[in-house]
Structure formats: structure tokens, C-alpha cells
Design a binder for this molecule. Structure first.
Ligand SMILES: [Zn+2]
Length: 672
């Protein structure tokens, strides 16, 4: 979903992943229900978005398109103008100058082409010189970066052998801990290696061809043999990986290992050397999000040949850097990740990729430039007011729950009271004072930015926990709940029309941004968030009876979503998407309450139309399939169907028994 810090990720995969980000948006005005033949009670998404769906085509460089993607595109165009306007006579080292140089280096295709693979040669030569498993261990460790975030941004994927996330302890909120996640796959998830059907067979064949093509471009002999070896090693890695569904289960992730445990529990690797090389040599305790992959890598290190591992390292070095290499690499990367995996026919133009690169390398520096020009203080004040209203509505809902015991209720209130709500941007922007940026070195800039980011994250292990730390830059069109910090971020870029208009009607603002605010607040009380207490500790604060009631309601929502079939052979995974669906449901309900409190005469129809229109989107088949298989968010259309669980929606649109979306009152899921 959110890949702002992944400088090393191949651009095409980054773009493809971004394309499946949750999308929130609404039109600036609520048009009258169009002449659509479809009834709201049969398909509310198509009813509310009929005109848009008819008039809109997915751009050629995208796997999917939505109002949110469009807003992001408009925001990017503004940012580009800001970057291009940076005067050339700034004093050396000025941050805006670095942003401009970073961008220009990426735009300078002639220099990149002329250099060929020379910037990557030192890394490839090092890999070629590996003589034994000790050197291999060191080389694998050197690739580790802080490039995942399983809880806030739900970013689980890295091509490096492991991903690292530094955040407060699940059991000890006062201390930052290193979390180890599974990695090493060039395909998006283990299912792409293991599922037995024709579609996946084809993708696997295409992936092997892609590996071979990359080897060939980089001048390697026997590309097909190497590709087969790399693929086979990744397939074995995939067998040790947790499923996407299990990855979302914090209880399965709550594994504390001491530094000494690794030799015993995961034999086959010199872990002391590994951690020393990765900058974690002094660390006494680790959190293992994916213990089976840690055990698996150590075993495979022993089992698989040195040549296979060297090919694996070489391929991923080329693959993750493809966006900063000559055109032939970039095109090959897009051909597989964009076209084959995402379904997009055409590569994004260079300036878009350049902005992705600079947003990846220096996110806060770009963000600072953006908010200075584009974030009015009135927006902040108005949004804070809406947040306060929706929090109050949520308090009210907690009070009205007839099934909840007083002690559970008390902690739920305490948790809401302790919530930190960040609006616009962080108070503490990341410093790039130690980043060397050169206007003729795109590859080196990305490499240095990624190393600096890693060093900054490692440094947090020796610093107190900052519960107000942001995980999103202000120029990102998105929003997030951080369960351990008990905090929300609403970046500046999402706080603009068509999402949010400080001067717009309440029905629209509460239907669109209000539902997003409610959604993010509700993540504190979804199946995952509700396991953290008001201090951000992973602790069971529920009475058994309350927990049982919550479980029953959750199961009903799992069943509701598992019944949706975007394709005849592929249903939505109700369990995988449960947290998001719970948050959609509770968030929409809380925003509706706040809307009625703020404006009792406001139109319910407009509120629900604003909500459904905020989810308008279209996706190409490969992109939609990938989302269903790997994303914690259900596709937008089915998120819209949340309305079936709210009584007010039935009244507003006169929905009757027999219609597709109709649920009898006792079948409507009510959680919060
Ligand atoms: Zn969410």
C-alpha cells in the first residue's frame, strides 16, 4: 500500500503496489442519481458511480484507476512544478537543492544510459567473488534494509532476504525493537509460487523468462540456467513463508527471540556474523514476525548450492535497481511487473518515475516543500473539528453497546481518549543533512538514501519511543492508523477536494473524508487493533463474554465478504480483509452519527452517495486478481457494500427484500 521509503524496490513493482492502495475519494458535488438502470439495492457501487464508470478509462500506464489515484496524480503535478522551480543558485547542501538534484539525476536518461551497469558493478563483482557460505552470509546480511511495515502501512514485501521494521515492542511499548520479516521473493507473494492452476503456471514461466532477460541484459552467461536456479531457490523460500492471511495476525507475529536463540532454533547460518554485518550485532532481542522463514533461510543456506545463492543475489541486485539503470532494464522490468503482473499496457512517463524515486529517497524533504505551498491552516482546523465530532460519536456508540461489560467499555473509552491524531504533517521532519546527492548519479543517490534510511531506523533502537512519530509523508494521498502508537496520520495531500472541502457540504465531507476518519479511528477497535490496549501494549483487555460477542459479529462479516466473488474462480478472502471491513463498517457508522449530530437536516442520500462515490474505481484483471490474493483491503466495489449493514441506508434508498444487497435486519452485522 504505501511504499514511500522503498528506494531499492524496482519502480515497476512499487508502482504496481501503489496502484492497489486503498482508494478514498468523492466528487466535489453530489450529482443526482444518474439515469442508471441499476437499482441502488441491487448494486450500490454501480448505481452511485454509473456516470463515472461510463466516462472513465484506466490510463494506459496503470493497472487500476480511482478518484484517489487521480488526486495523487494531480498532487504529483503540483510537486513537479515546485521541484522544477528550485533556483539553481542555492547554497550547496540546501535541502531543496538536493531534492532538485535527485530529481534531475533521474531525469538525465542520457547519463544513465551512458553509464550502463557501471554503477552496479561493485555490487555484482562482490557477489561474483563470494567463495564460501561465510562470505555469502555476509553478503545476504548487507542487503537488509528497513523496507517493511507489517502493522501500520501493512507492507510485507521485500526482495531482500529479510525485511526489517523498527518499532516499539508488542509487549513492551516503552522500547523500540527490531522486527524480522520474511523476504527474498521477486513475485508478490508465496501463492504465486505454490498455487496450482494455469494462470499461475503462466506467470511463473513469465517470471523465469524475466529473470533470464535481466541476467542477459547485465551480460551474464547461461541466463536460462541461472534463472531456473534462482526460481527454484525462491520456490523453496516461498514454502517457508507465512500466508498473507497469517501475516496479518499479530498473535502469530509475537515471537521474541534472544540473539542466542538463533543458533539453536534456526541452525545452518552464522547468525552472529549475519547480525553484525546488518548493523544489529549489539541487539540482544529480536521480534520474529515470520519465524518459519528465518528457520527456512538458515536451512536453505546450507542446503542450496553456493552458485544458486550467488545467482539469487545478483538477480535481485539487478532487479531492485532496474529503475535506476539504462532504458533496456527499465523496459524489461515494466514488461514483467507492470504489463504481465499489473495488466498496464504502457510504462509511466519518465517524470512520474522520477518523482516516485525522489519521493522514495527523500520523502520528508519533498513533503516540506509541498505543505509550505499547499496546506492551508483552515484545512487543519476544520479537519480537527471533524475528527473530534467523530471521536465523540464513537464514544456514544460504545456507551450504547448493550453487550459490553463495564470494564471493557472503560478501556475502550480510555483508548479513544489517548488517541493521537496527526493532521497534515509531522512536527519532526526527517533530516537529509547526511545524504550526499549528486545531479549525475541516480543510482548512487538511491543507494545512499536507502542506506541513510536504514541507519536512521537502526538508530531508533537506542532512542526512546516517539509515540507521535509519523509513518506517512505529507504529500501522500492516504491515511493510517498505527495501533501500537494508538495514533492516526492524515497527510496533507488527502485533505483537499474532491475528498475534503473545508467549504463543502457536511453530507459530502462526512460521507467521504468523514468515513475515512471513522475508518482510521475504528482500526483501533478492529480484530487486530482491539488486541492493543490504551497504552499500545498487546494485551487482552476484553472480558471472555465480550470477546465472544465480538468474534461472532466478526465471523458474520467474514462470511459476508467471503461470499463475494469478483471472478468465478476467485472469491474475496473474508478473513484476510476482516480488519479493513470491520473498520469500514464501524467508521461509516460513526461518521454517519457525527454527520447527523452536526447537521440533523442533512441528506442521508447525499451522505451515502458521497461515500460510494469516494470508492469509484476500475481495475484491470491481473491487478484486481492480485489485490484479491494479496491485499488486506477488499476491492473498492465490495467495500462500498458496507452500506448493507446500516439501517439508514435502507430507508434512504427504499431498499426492499429480494434486492441483491438486501439483508434482513437480524442479518446486518453490527459490531461497534
Ligand atoms: Zn484501513
Amino acid at each position: 500500500m504505501h511504499v514511500p521509503i522503498k528506494t531499492a524496490l524496482s519502480f515497476a513493482l512499487a508502482a504496481a503496489l501503489q496502484a492497489i492502495a486503498p482508494s478514498y475519494a468523492a466528487q466535489a458535488e453530489v450529482p443526482a442519481a444518474s439515469a442508471a438502470a441499476v437499482q441502488p439495492g441491487d448494486d450500490f457501487f454501480s448505481y452511485a458511480n454509473a456516470d463515472w464508470l461510463k466516462a472513465t478509462q484506466i490510463p494506459a500506464d496503470r493497472g487500476s484507476w480511482s478518484a484517489m489515484a487521480q488526486l495523487a496524480e494531480e498532487t504529483n503535478q503540483r510537486i513537479i512544478k515546485l521541484i522544477e522551480a528550485v533556483p539553481g543558485d542555492q547554497h550547496a547542501g540546501a535541502e531543496a537543492q538536493k531534492v532538485s538534484d535527485y530529481y534531475r539525476a533521474f531525469m538525465d536518461e542520457a547519463t544513465i544510459d551512458a553509464k550502463g551497469i557501471e554503477p552496479m558493478q561493485p555490487a555484482l563483482k562482490k557477489i561474483a567473488a563470494i567463495k564460501d557460505k561465510t562470505e555469502l552470509t555476509r553478503a545476504l546480511a548487507a542487503t537488509v534494509r528497513a523496507d517493511v511495515d507489517p502493522l501500520n502501512a501493512t507492507e510485507f514485501h521485500t526482495e531482500n532476504i529479510f525485511g526489517l521494521w523498527v518499532a516499539q515492542g508488542l509487549n513492551d511499548p516503552k522500547r523500540n525493537m527490531p522486527y524480522l520479516l520474511q523476504g527474498g521473493l521477486g513475485l508478490p507473494d508465496r501463492v504465486y509460487y505454490l498455487e496450482d492452476n494455469e494462470r499461475m503456471h503462466k506467470l511463473r514461466t513469465a517470471y523465469q523468462a524475466h529473470i533470464a532477460a535481466m541476467f542477459k541484459l547485465a551480460g551474464y552467461s547461461d541466463p536460462e540456467t541461472r534463472a531456473a536456479r534462482v526460481y527454484e531457490l525462491e520456490r523453496k523460500l516461498a514454502l517457508t513463508h507465512a500466508s498473507r492471511e497469517d501475516s496479518a495476525d499479530v498473535l502469530k507475529a509475537n515471537n521474541t527471540w534472544s540473539a542466542a536463540d538463533f543458533a539453536k532454533k534456526a541452525p545452518g547460518m552464522d547468525w552472529k556474523l549475519f547480525f553484525h554485518t546488518a548493523g544489529l550485532g549489539k541487539q540482544q532481542q529480536f521480534m520474529l514476525w515470520h519465524p518459519s522463514a528465518v528457520v527456512g533461510v538458515a536451512a536453505l543456506l546450507k542446503e542450496c548450492s553456493l552458485d544458486a545463492w550467488k545467482d539469487f543475489l545478483a538477480f535481485h541486485t539487478i532487479n531492485t535497481n532496474a529503475g535506476h539503470l539504462p532504458q533496456a532494464f527499465t523496459e524489461q522490468s515494466f514488461d514483467f511487473y507492470g504489463r504481465t503482473l499489473g495488466g498496464a499496457p504502457q510504462m509511466p512517463v519518465r517524470w512520474k518515475r522520477a518523482l516516485d524515486a525522489v519521493n522514495g529517497g527523500m520523502p520528508d524533504a519533498v513533503g516540506k516543500m509541498y505543505v509550505a505551498k499547499y496546506f492551508p491552516p483552515e484545512s487543519k482546523a476544520k479537519l480537527q473539528q471533524m475528527v473530534a465530532n467523530i471521536v465523540r460519536a464513537f464514544h456514544g456508540r460504545i456507551d450504547r453497546l448493550d453487550w459490553m461489560a463495564p470494564e471493557t467499555r472503560k478501556e475502550a473509552h480510555a483508548k479513544l481518549d489517548a488517541l493521537y491524531v496527526g493532521v497534515g504533517y509531522t512536527d519532526k521532519f526527517t533530516s537529509y543533512a547526511h545524504l550526499a546527492v549528486k545531479a549525475d548519479d541516480a543510482y548512487g543517490n538511491a543507494e545512499r538514501a536507502s542506506k541513510l534510511h536504514y541507519a536512521q531506523q537502526l538508530a531508533k533502537l537506542h532512542q526512546p519511543v516517539d509515540s507521535k512519530e509519523w509513518c506517512m509523508p505529507p504529500q501522500l494521498v492516504n491515511a493510517v492508523n498505527m495501533p501500537m502508537q494508538n495514533a492516526l496520520n492524515f497527510p496533507a495531500a488527502i485533505l483537499q477536494p474532491p475528498f475534503f472541502d473545508p467549504k463543502g457540504p457536511d453530507a459530502l465531507n462526512y460521507g467521504a473524508i468523514g468515513a475515512i476518519i471513522g475508518h482510521e479511528i475504528s482500526h483501533s477497535f478492529d480484530d487486530s487493533g482491539s488486541q492493543f490496549d490504551s497504552k499500545g501494549r498487546l494485551r487482552d483487555w476484553w472480558t471472555p463474554a465480550d470477546a465472544a460477542h465480538f468474534k461472532t459479529a466478526s465471523n458474520a462479516l467474514v462470511a459476508q465478504y467471503s461470499g463475494y466473488k469478483p471472478f468465478a474462480d476467485l472469491a474475496i478472502n473474508g478473513q484476510l480483509t476482516l480488519s479493513e471491513n470491520l473498520s469500514d463498517l464501524a467508521g461509516l457508522a460513526a461518521s454517519y452519527d457525527a454527520f447527523k449530530a452536526a447537521n440533523p437536516q442533512g441528506s442521508d442520500r447525499d451522505f451515502f452517495m458521497g461515500y460510494a462515490q469516494s470508492w469509484r474505481s476500475q481495475a484491470r484483471e491481473p491487478s484486481l486478481r492480485r489485490q484479491v490474493m494479496t491485499d488486506g483491503h477488499a476491492p473498492a466495489k465490495w467495500r462500498t457494500y458496507t452500506v448493507r449493514n446500516l439501517d439508514a441506508w435502507y430507508k434512504a434508498f427504499n431498499v426492499q427484500p429480494g434486492q441483491q444487497l438486501y439483508l434482513a435486519p437480524q442479518e446486518r452485522v453490527r459490531v461497534w
